[in-house]
Design a protein around this ligand. Structure first.
Ligand SMILES: [Zn+2]
Length: 494
């Protein structure tokens, strides 16, 4: 009994250490560059792996991946993670630090050169370097992105591993390169091996002055969604941590959200078949909501069961069949089970097509089909009007609302016996009917509809309220409702 109690106490203590979402501390505290760092400490002797993201502000994958990796429980040694090294550059999506003189703008050239005992240059590099000296990392991993694939022969270092030439470091870097390349079918864009990191970079300084096995991992921004790039970063870091026996078998590459970290956990599909600025707009305004996290996911995460870490899936604009093909049959079945089990789905435009029952590739989570096969109705600002139920769920917005529309579905009942009927939350009150699409069928058809699927909740939105700052609140309310967070517990289809 006593032993059990002690074991319980130990497990609680370990859990407290490992599951905390609070930073272990702040680097450059009290300055505009203040940034948190996180520690996962196994309390078992072993390597110290320091992982840095966001040194360059226009390379968001490093920050994203580091923010995911920092939740991985560690069984040996510890990981020290600085997800957003350069918060000011990240906030402006620029490579260089805003308001710094030109010679200090590139943070990754401000660290002590390999052959010199010089101090770092600028306040932020000084704070980061001071912190890193205290950490004394055995391994130092800096997550970056290039603008094009290095394997295609251009100047960019995109999709490469840039390692300091320690024998052990090189050997593991080669294994990391092989692991990420095993996920890429097109050999032309495989990761290359380069070395060493440029002099005065953070990684080179950590290798030269602190004796760390140091490397830079570069993904490629060109035509690749954030979910894919962050996954490539994770695959490489996962390989390293497994090599060092620091991860238990239960930690998969696709452990990307901590279920304890927020009540509304949104998986935002951003990969094949998506298009436009919708996903980014959704992410930006939903990240401002309380108790909410938004994580981009792609087909690999969905197929590997990562939705179990979330309670809402959003499929945004693009093409419905394109998203269905990219996600694949197995992924679509995962989504159906996820919704039936009691989670929420938001489909906007293409994501609304995807939810319907009328196509062979549809998710069949809403008893709706499209009224005409001629879907290219055109792009316009149209008027929509909320129904009483719509005002209950989406907020009290009386009258006609101007909303961007771009070839969204014109929905009608599919009469699918296995699903309850949907209810209309908003109607189109005006229409666009270009490209020989039938006129007259859009006015008074559903612009927004809600339904149930098993224990789950589904809202589909044919137009694009997420594109208009004034209407983003509708989407936020829709997300709350499908996540089961509406205080009034408004019921649909039962
Ligand atoms: Zn960079």
């Amino acid at each position: 009994m006593k032993r059990c109690f002690l074991l319980l106490l130990f497990l609680c203590a370990a859990w407290t250490v490992q599951s905390s979402d609070k930073p272990a501390g702040i680097i450059a505290g009290g300055t505009p560059s203040a940034t948190p760092y996180y520690i996962q400490d196994s309390r078992v002797p072993g390597p110290i792996v320091m992982i840095v993201g966001g040194v360059h502000g226009n390379e968001p994958s490093g920050a994203q991946a580091a923010d995911q990796i920092r939740h991985w429980p560690i069984t040996r040694g510890k990981i020290v993670v600085v997800p957003r090294a350069n918060v000011l550059a990240l906030a402006t999506n620029r490579r260089t630090t805003p308001d710094e003189p030109l010679e200090l703008g590139n943070l990754n050239r401000n660290f002590p050169r390999a052959s010199s005992n010089e101090p770092p240059r600028g306040a932020l590099a000084t704070a980061l370097w001071h912190f890193t000296r205290q950490v004394k990392p055995t391994w130092f991993i800096d997550l970056h992105e290039g603008y094009d694939f290095n394997g295609l022969g251009g100047k960019s270092v995109g999709s490469s591993v840039i390692a300091c030439p320690t024998p052990e470091g090189k050997a593991v870097a080669t294994a990391m390169q092989a692991a990420v390349n095993a996920t890429i079918t097109n050999q032309n864009i495989h990761f290359t091996m380069l070395g060493a990191p440029i002099d005065s970079s953070f990684a080179r300084a950590a290798g030269a002055h602190l004796g760390a096995h140091a490397m830079i991992l570069e993904t490629t921004t060109k035509s690749q969604p954030l979910s894919l790039r962050a996954r490539q970063h994770r695959v490489m870091v996962h390989t390293l941590l497994k090599h060092l026996n620091m991860l238990s078998d239960s930690v998969s590459v696709d452990q990307i959200a901590d279920p304890a970290s927020a009540t509304v956990r949104i998986a935002l599909y951003d990969a094949g078949g998506t298009g436009g600025t919708g996903p980014q707009k959704i992410r930006d305004f939903m990240r401002k909501q309380k108790n909410t996290i938004v994580v981009e996911v792609g087909p690999e995460e969905i197929r590997n069961g990562a939705l179990s870490q979330f309670n809402v899936l959003i499929c945004p604009g693009g093409t419905g069949s394109g998203q269905a093909n990219a996600i694949g049959k197995e992924g679509r079945e995962r989504i159906q089970k996820f919704i039936e089990a009691g989670n929420g789905y938001i489909g906007i435009c293409a994501g609304a097509y995807l939810a319907t029952s009328g196509f062979s590739w549809g998710l069949k989570i809403l008893d709706a089909k499209t009224a005409s096969p001629k879907w290219r109705r055109g792009t316009a600002v149209v008027k929509i009007e909320l129904t009483d139920k719509g005002r209950d769920i989406l907020g009290n917005r009386p009258g006609l609302l101007d909303c961007k529309y771009a070839n969204g579905p014109i929905l009608c009942p599919a009469e699918d016996e296995s699903l309850p009927d949907y209810e209309v939350l908003a109607f189109f009150r005006t229409e666009v009917a270009e490209n020989d699409s039938p006129p007259g069928i859009m006015v008074n058809s559903p612009a927004i509809a809600a339904g149930r699927c098993g224990k789950g909740r589904v809202i589909v939105i044919s137009p694009h309220p997420e594109q208009n700052e004034d209407l983003q609140g509708l989407v936020a309310h829709a997300i709350s409702w499908v996540a089961g967070q509406d205080e009034k517990n408004i019921r649909i289809g039962q």
